[in-house]
Design a protein around this ligand. Structure first.
Ligand code: ADP
Length: 265
């Protein structure tokens, strides 16, 4: 049932009572459930063939004696398959979180290495975009987090920084302790974010005008997923930005003692 309530005043502005309206939303909730299950199963079914297409395109690209044009065509197939894989993964993640909540599987993780790996993975894209990437991390920083999920967070923030920073820009990624918390920050010298948009960045499917105007690819799920993972770890994410000058996304995670083996958030 959905309930809405309203206080009723009489003509002398005296309290006359309250009106309650009950609405049966069973059908609506059932439709939402069907939609979530549909998105989850379609995404799941798309994953296997996509993995196979991507794998074989990489295998073909590995051959040395390919004609130039064939190589170019294969690269397009491979790149677009990767895009589709990312989209499918994001949809699947979103549907799964809606269905069961976010599962956080903590283990002792060198978060400095996770950050270095994510930056390393973004290097080809940074090179293509003509932006420089630097990372400032201690030799090792072991904390109890979900390594895959935290890798996804850094990956999302770094690939956004690359996407929204024009050629010639710089991206700086840092990880370290800030008091009792782990802090990961990703700063760019990119297009920045209008103050009015900052609160909406983390909502599902939100994209600022600069993203669609510049035809930068994306669907607006990345930051929503990022926030759900950070909050699933008991942490917080915030953004500072100056339009036209750049943005800094900062993630702070509490340090969790290793008493329990796994945690569900
Ligand atoms: P997507 O990149 O797929 O559009 P996200 O959820 O990752 O989705 O980001 C939502 C929106 O936030 C983007 O469309 C973009 O407008 C804005 N945004 C995210 N990161 C940055 C950044 N580093 N600089 C400027 N704008 C950004």
């Amino acid at each position: 049932l959905s309930v809405s309530a309203r206080v009723v005043w009489d003509e002398n502005d005296e309290f006359a009572g309250a009106a309650l309206a009950y609405k049966d939303v069973t059908d609506f909730m059932r439709a939402l459930q069907v939609k979530d299950q549909f998105v989850a199963s379609v995404s799941h079914e798309l994953r296997t063939p996509l993995t196979s297409i991507h794998g074989y395109s990489l295998l073909l690209l590995d051959q040395e004696d390919l004609p130039v044009q064939t190589r170019a065509h294969l690269s397009v197939i491979s790149r677009n398959t990767e895009r589709l894989q990312r989209l499918v993964d994001d949809l699947l993640h979103t549907a799964q979180v809606d269905e069961d909540g976010l599962h956080v599987e903590r283990s002792d993780t060198d978060i400095a290495q996770v950050v270095r790996d994510a930056v390393h993975a973004a290097e080809p894209a940074a090179l293509t975009h003509g932006v420089s990437l630097s990372v400032d991390a201690p030799a090792a920083l072991v904390v109890r987090v979900d390594p895959q999920r935290i890798a996804q967070v850094v990956d999302n923030l770094v690939s956004n920084a690359v996407k929204y920073t024009p050629a010639g820009g710089d991206i700086a990624v840092r990880v370290g302790m800030d008091g009792t918390r782990v802090e990961i920050s990703v700063s760019d010298t990119g297009v920045g974010i209008d103050a009015a948009d900052r609160d909406r960045l983390f909502t599902r499917f939100f994209r600022a005008r600069h993203a669609s105007e510049r035809e930068i690819q994306g669907v607006g799920l990345g930051l929503n997923i990022t926030r759900s993972i950070v909050e699933g770890h008991g942490g917080r994410i915030e953004v500072e930005s100056e339009p036209g000058r750049g943005s800094t996304f900062r993630v702070r995670l509490p340090v969790v003692a290793g008493a329990r083996h796994t945690d569900e958030g």
